[in-house]
Design a binder for this molecule. Sequence first.
Ligand code: FMN
Length: 214
Amino acid sequence: MNVALINGSSKLGQENNSKILLNFFEQKLIPHNTIFNYAVNKNPLNEEQIRELFTMDVIVIAFPLYCDAPPSHLVKMMIQIEDYSKNNTISKNLHVYIIANNGFYEGKQNEIALEIMKNWCDRAGFIYGQGIGHGAGEMLPYIKNVPLGHGPLKNLGKALDEIIKNINNKQRGENIFISPNFPYMLWRFMATNVFWNRRAKKNGISKKDIMRKL
Ligand SMILES: Cc1cc2nc3c(=O)[nH]c(=O)nc-3n(C[C@H](O)[C@H](O)[C@H](O)COP(=O)(O)O)c2cc1C
């Protein structure tokens, strides 16, 4: 099968959580598939890339949740693809699978974004296969070397097994919403103290500034 992996993170050129999830996905995909990588950021896809996308069997789109929705640069690409699909006579037996990730702990936050992706598939004439909504996305860089399916990546391993089984059989499945296998209170403590406060400090913002802005 030809499988297109589209990375919809705006953080291209640096480590991003969508890429980590796509790497995990690739680890699980059986080797005889041919993978084509695409990235959408500020630049839209060119016509050749769009034409190429329509030769795929499966498209997997990974993206970060922005305000409960896919980011606008990805929406721009979706409109491009939808227009191309409507204006050309092409086989639309294309299955689309989604891996969304978000900053809050609960992967369920991605529910509306996955609905948006499904509606887009319906409009563009694609088959919406299934989606994964992964919470606590900013934790992924810290656990990316844990073997998939173990420890904090237990839920992700199971979700990827299911989506890959459906991809191999070109089947649809229910959306899956997961968080890392990691206690919420500990995640919250780490996210606040190790991640957000440290990042704020790096950008010249103190804890006091954050509170004042709230
Ligand atoms: C503009 C913006 C809006 C965001 N909106 C949400 C949101 O509505 N809910 C949420 O849980 N996380 C939200 N996030 C956090 C991102 O989804 C999260 O950091 C994600 O892991 C980034 O993934 P990436 O590294 O693949 O870009 C937002 C981040 C940004 C920059």
